[in-house]
Design a protein around this ligand. Sequence first.
Ligand code: GAL
Length: 418
Amino acid sequence: MKKAFTKIGIVMAALLLLAAPQLVHAKDLSGNLEIFSWWAGDEGPALEALLDIYKQQHPKVEVINATVTGGSGVNAKAVLKTRMLGGEPPDSFQVHAGQELIGTWVKADRMEDLTPLFKEMGWMDVFPKGLVKLIGTDKGIWSVPVNIHRSNVMWYIPANLKKWGVSAPTTWDEFFAIAPKLKAAGVTPLALAQNWTANHLWESVALASLGPDKWDALWSGKLGFDSPDVVKAWELFGKILKYTNADASSLSWQQATDMVIDGRAAFNIMGDWAAGYMTTTKKLVPGKGYGWVASPGTTGEFLFLADSFGLPKGAPHRDNAIAWLKVLGSRQGSDAFNPLKGSISARTDSDLSKYNDYLKSAAADFGKDRVVGSLAHGVAANETFMGGFASIMEMFLKTKDASMAAKACAQLAKKTGI
Ligand code: GAL
């Protein structure tokens, strides 16, 4: 009997301990919380779902959802840099796992180590080890991942393909075989948007051309950017560009997706936030309203990226920011956010029944495919390399000169220490 009481006592004490931090926060936290990201407009609903959970838990905190529009953070990252350098960090900001975080903000000693939070929340066991490596160094863990996105996906509308008598290509040769037919029917074979989406397309094409081993070798410095293999990848990319729309540079990624939805274009290669857009905003049913395949030549490969949020040194409302990180790293937060966002959970214990058919297939692929890191979305290279790469891309879009682009990348890699 006594033993049983002792047991109950221990269990109750443990429960109280578990509940305690949340209760304290719910009562005590007040003031502001500024969250900085590029998830504005159509990209907003998933973030709103997370913020709703936060507001329920911390009703006295005034949440400032500071967004700067522009896909892949093209504008937000510039604003963030100015603020960070000017000593005005937000409380927490969106940053990609990998070199965008480590080679930029951690290297500059601007982030707080979140190892104690990971330990407190038991996150060492729920986030995949490979992912924790990408957000960590030997000195600490520097952000909390909220999702896993796939970059190498080709999107289409099944009914349109049927109408045009084509099927989704699994290799670039298959694409080149059907593209003239589409063009003759007045359909753009591949929809493209502003310049960062060219970087996005490039990584899927380069992965197809190089294969995953050489892709990895590129980023570990074992394969030169000016090697014949890489020149070949640029040439293939140039050939593909001939089948894209002329007004690409003036379109947002959503507008390129719209071209596919409206039947003005057959395909688009975009990360699976496009699935979020088509499902959440456009109300299309995955598998019926829209279809997908791995981008040509990359079946069995998962070009991966993860959005995460960190705690900058000098965050004005540090406690509120830590409570925010707790929400976004939680199972509840993750499973509210990701089904709307078009990404899978970064946690290994997510409730897949909440995810649609596209996301279930992405989760299955992530479990069995060869996983490699995205360049366009921060995994493979730091911000300095990315900035230089964007300029090389601008030049290539004008000149289509593959060996010049390859040489310029080699110089850039040397300069930025790859
Ligand atoms: C990526 C980001 C995604 C999505 C996309 C388009 O860089 O990781 O979550 O926002 O840009 O803006």
